[in-house]
Design a binder for this molecule. Structure first.
Ligand code: AMP
Length: 513
């Protein structure tokens, strides 16, 4: 299929190649690849994988950084009707062993660095194969694909495209099953309902967010392909170098995460470097209000915030829908999605005991329904949308008078102190306001009298001294007693996820909680 509605995700590349064959699809350092050339490589990869005996529905893991080979392999896997399993490049051998075992991947596409991890991870006697994209085996796969007679069969849009292991912020990773239809539906909704548009033909999109995460994979790479925009691939974020690259390549769209904006807000050449940027976008983790202000002040441009999750392929809401950036808000839901806020239960300070759906302003758990939702977790689809199609995101959210959403916290992060709800985010915002604090994380810990108690981990600004007492005294002045941490631990650093969220599961493993 070259025109009309794409049926599978790799059709996006085919259509871009028809519309803009010689326009640049990918930039990676000095390498440049046009859409027609990329499409031919994707064809070769798809046929090459099938030539190795893989059959529709087989899983192929992908453990690569943001390189052209990731893009070729990703779309090649999808065009062949296989299932892509992108793995975090920072995973350890123990993690990879578990992910490969869970997914039953038959082949792993890797590079020399990730290849070492994969080799350690693959148990003796396993039939799982490795293809290192820097070695002859990759060239061989593409060559055999080019020589193959049969083109891959058409892919069913309802078939599984991607298995994305999502750790959330706690617990063991689960494989969210996303079909071609779900991934394409999210892109269509984002394209059709954003003004200013999230992406248009002729845009130059920075792809610095990891492509193995749903945000980079679909909301950056997929979206760019769907409008035949150019993707500038960056494998390692360096604040100064990436800014210089933005200027040099004429980048217009910068999808990012909070840590990038922290690093850029104080950069002396920010304004001059980003003069050609059309959109700064942020999602994946909370964007502090002060950072929103500081970045706009320094760059002259606002940050458009969005909210989503792996299970929703990923975008759920963005300020690009309302057309107005708003401090502290993740914007409005995509019009193609149904959303509702339901009372998460528990006891709020002002709780009146009912369990009716919350009204305007009351926080509730966000439920979503629509064509972009996942089909449950691998392998049996457990935990997916209910019989009526609703999925509980687990995020606690409130809508303001204009219908713009504000995230309060994750439901599962809720701490119950003597039965009262404490949202860690509220406590974190108070602690973050201290000038000596670089970062903090608040979690619940079992307590013999109150059920749970609030504990805080605080990272001081480098070179600044900070005591637990100072943090405790600051909290006591600003928070109701049951919300105040009873233990504050000063630490050197906190563990993070790839979009900059504090990995509270790992934090608890290390420090208890
Ligand atoms: P993931 O599946 O890794 O993309 O993580 C999804 C989770 O990230 C959501 O359920 C939210 O808790 C969080 N998240 C995503 N976007 C935002 C945002 N703009 N602000 C705060 N949290 C966010």
């Amino acid at each position: 299929m070259s025109e009309g509605v794409p049926r599978d995700v790799a059709d996006l590349v085919r259509q871009a190649a028809h519309r803009r064959p010689s326009a640049t699809a990918l930039v990676a350092g000095t390498r440049r690849l046009g859409w027609a050339a990329l499409d031919a490589q994707v064809d070769a990869c798809a046929a090459g994988l099938l030539d190795r005996g893989l059959a529709a529905g087989d899983r192929v893991a992908l453990m690569l950084g943001n390189t052209p080979e990731f893009v070729i392999a990703y779309f090649g896997i999808l065009r062949a009707g296989l299932v892509a399993v992108p793995l975090n490049t920072a995973s350890t051998p123990v993690e990879v062993e578990w992910l490969l075992g869970q997914s039953g991947a038959r082949l792993v596409v890797c590079d020399p660095v990730t290849g070492r991890v994969v080799r350690e991870a693959i148990p003796a006697g396993s039939t799982c194969e490795l293809v290192d994209v820097t070695l002859g085996a990759w060239e061989d796969l593409l060559r055999r694909g080019r020589e193959a007679d049969a083109a891959p069969a058409a892919v069913d849009p309802e078939s599984l495209a991607v298995l994305l292991f999502t750790a959330g912020t706690s617990g063991r990773p689960k494989g969210a099953m996303l079909t071609h239809r779900a991934l394409l539906a999210d892109l269509a909704m984002v394209r059709d309902s954003t003004d200013p548009p999230a992406a248009v033909e002729g845009d130059v999109v920075l792809a610095v967010l990891p492509l193995f995460h749903v945000y980079g994979m679909n909301a950056v790479l997929g979206l760019a392909a769907s409008v035949a925009a150019t993707c500038v691939l960056v494998d390692r974020f360096d604040p100064g170098e990436t800014l210089a690259l933005i200027q040099r390549e004429g980048v217009t769209n910068v999808p990012g995460a909070p840590p990038m904006y922290v690093a850029w807000a104080g950069h002396p050449r920010l304004r001059e470097r980003v003069a050609g940027v059309r959109l700064f976008i942020c999602g994946g983790a909370p964007l502090p209000g002060d950072l929103f202000d500081a970045f706009q002040e320094a760059s002259g441009l606002p940050i458009w915030e969005g909210y989503g999750m792996t299970e929703c392929a990923p975008v759920v809401a963005t300020t690009l829908v309302s057309g107005a950036p708003k401090r502290g808000s993740v914007g409005r839901p995509l019009p193609g999605l149904d959303v509702r806020l339901l009372d998460p239960g528990g006891v709020d300070e002002d709780d009146d005991g009912d369990d009716q759906p919350p009204g305007h302003g009351d926080p509730g758990e966000l439920w979503v329904r629509g064509p972009s939702l996942f089909s449950g977790y691998w392998p049996d689809g457990a935990g997916g949308p209910d019989a009526d199609g609703w999925f509980n995101t687990g995020d606690v959210v409130y809508a303001d008078a204009e219908g713009d959403l504000h995230l309060v916290d994750r439901r599962r992060e809720l701490i119950l102190v003597s039965g009262f709800n404490v949202y860690p985010r509220e406590v974190e915002l108070v602690i973050d306001a201290l000038a000596e604090v670089a970062e903090c994380a608040v979690v619940g810990r079992d307590h013999p009298y109150t059920g749970e108690t609030v504990v805080a981990f605080v990272v001081p600004v480098p070179g600044v001294s900070l005591s637990s007492e100072r943090v405790l005294a600051h909290c006591e002045e600003r928070l109701a007693r049951f919300k105040c941490p009873t233990v504050v631990t000063v630490v050197d650093s906190l563990p993070h996820s790839s979009t900059g969220k504090v990995a509270k599961g790992r934090l608890r493993e290390v420090h208890g909680g």
